[in-house]
Write a protein that binds this ligand. Structure first.
Ligand SMILES: Cc1cc2nc3c(=O)[nH]c(=O)nc-3n(C[C@H](O)[C@H](O)[C@H](O)COP(=O)(O)OP(=O)(O)OC[C@H]3O[C@@H](n4cnc5c(N)ncnc54)[C@H](O)[C@@H]3O)c2cc1C
Ligand code: SF4
Length: 328
């Protein structure tokens, strides 16, 4: 492991200022992803700035009926919060489907959002990887790509985003609050993550030294009727091959409103707006749900080993919507 300097700033401004002056510096929260990457030589920062005690570890009620989640709230605390469990069950379920109890006790809201891809070549420093080392090539294109993206990929990178929590937050239209060298920002989560394009080394639209301070969940009248379905290779302790986060409002047999996001299919949590458009104002039912899933996946471009994700995503979306509509 390369030697590095550990810095514990006194406040948020100090942490941002310290990192702004260190091009090869990073923030450290729970360390459950960052420290692994440092041990493997995938990330080699000169400085790590510990922010775990700087941001809020509270979940606050907002005047509009939403919730503000401090960036230091642990995944365990967030999943267990009564307001989350009853008002946003999709988020609680997504968190509980991820990692293990011990990891969730340490993992933070900010760190979970910014965890890096689980592409095996990204972790293997003996192989080319444009995300780890821009310009070297993408080993997954001709390598083992069964876990990789079917939507929105580029010739430079076909990785997927690994976070379950972020998929649920994408369905819920969460807003990420940040403080950086240029001041404060509120970023809709659908604008936080990037597609790989020509710069797969950039996961997000955040600037260097921009700290996530909190995440706001807006109120959503039907978010209590929401759920998370995760398909993986074993029952626990595995990342999603495909996942679905959905909230559904059906009245008199008609879909009044719906939110859907997919995980495991793209470089970012994938908001399924085409499927939502097919559903709104139309009769609820298996045929319509399957048509909506088909519309979303029409642009899927599977690789050699991951064609199975297309029917898997279609079936997972259809089944999740059926469960939510009560039509089991
Ligand atoms: C064995 C194992 C299994 C796992 N399984 C799953 C799973 O099934 N599903 C899932 O979703 N996750 C899974 N994870 C990942 C886990 O959820 C993440 O490691 C964790 O959420 C990261 O949070 P952290 O606080 O430890 O972040 P850290 O490791 O400290 O940081 C992660 C990244 O975020 C940056 N960062 C941290 N906080 C901030 C902030 N406030 N502002 C800006 N940047 C920040 C850091 O610089 C770093 O780049 C697994 C991890 C392991 C080790
Ligand atoms: S898919 Fe992305 S992360 Fe994986 S090897 Fe290719 S460039 Fe690297």
């Amino acid at each position: 492991m390369k030697p590095f300097r550990y810095d514990r700033a006194g406040d948020i401004s100090g942490a941002v200022a310290t990192l702004a002056g260190e091009r090869a510096g990073v923030f450290l929260a729970g360390g459950t992803n960052l420290v692994d990457l440092m041990k493997l030589g995938v990330m080699e920062p000169d400085v790590v700035v510990d922010v775990r005690r700087l941001t809020s570890a509270e979940i606050e009620d907002l005047p509009d009926g939403g919730l503000r989640i401090g960036a230091a709230v642990t995944n365990s605390d967030l999943a267990a919060d009564r307001r989350i469990r009853y008002r946003y069950p999709v988020l609680s379920q997504a968190l509980l489907s991820g990692a293990s109890g011990q990891l969730r006790n340490l993992a933070s809201t900010g760190g979970n959002l910014l965890q890096r891809t689980r592409c095996v070549y990204f972790y293997d420093t003996t192989t080319p990887c444009n995300k780890r080392e821009p310009g070297t090539g993408c080993s997954a294109l001709e390598g083992c790509n069964k876990d990789h993206a079917i939507l929105g990929a580029s010739g430079r990178c076909v990785a997927t985003h690994p976070s379950d929590m972020a998929v649920a937050m994408t369905a819920l239209d969460a807003v990420v609050r940040t403080r950086g060298p240029g001041g404060e920002r509120e970023i809709p989560i659908t604008e936080l993550y990037r597609l790989p394009g020509q710069e797969p080394q950039r996961d997000t639209t955040l600037e260097h030294a921009e700290l996530i301070t909190a995440v706001d969940l807006p109120p959503l009248a039907f978010s209590s009727n929401s759920r998370y379905r995760k398909v993986r290779e074993r029952a626990s302790y595995a990342f999603a091959l495909v996942s679905v986060a959905a909230a559904l409002q059906v009245q008199d047999g008609v879909v009044r409103d719906v939110r859907i996001a997919l995980g495991g299919v793209a470089h970012r949590p994938w908001r399924a707006r085409k499927a939502e458009d097919v559903l709104r104002g139309r009769p609820a039912g298996e045929e319509r749900f399957r048509a909506a899933a088909g519309a979303e996946l029409a642009d899927a471009a599977p690789l050699r080993d991951n064609g199975y994700k297309v029917p898997l995503a279609r079936n997972a979306m259809t089944r999740t919507l059926l469960n939510l509509s009560g039509e089991q």
